[in-house]
Design a protein around this ligand. Structure first.
Ligand code: ZN
Length: 94
């Protein structure tokens, strides 16, 4: 993980391995510790049902909603249908 609760001059905050503050500043250590635990919970890979086949798989995060099998199939389908149908316009990047 590399995250830890650090005492600041004006409170407590969670810092990462590079000593960068990644959480808000809390007035007490418990607040920072609580944030760290919930953040770790949010970040940790967990079992989610695949959006396509509904089988649980180890999701890498909230953005990761297809199991490896369906994610692979989707990317393959993407390239094979490319010649038949016009590709949707790409969203401009910020
Ligand atoms: Zn799937």
């Amino acid at each position: 993980m590399g995250y830890r609760v650090a005492q600041l001059s004006h409170g407590f905050a969670v810092k990462n391995a590079e000593a960068e503050r990644v959480s808000p500043v809390f007035p007490d250590k418990e607040g920072a510790l609580d944030w760290l635990l919930t953040a770790a919970e949010r970040r940790a890979p967990r079992e989610r049902p695949c959006l396509a086949c509904h089988r649980p798989f180890k999701s890498q995060g909230i953005h990761d909603r297809l199991c490896p099998h369906c994610g692979l199939a989707a990317s393959v389908a993407d390239t094979t249908t490319h010649s038949r149908t016009a590709a949707p316009p790409r969203r401009p990047r910020d």
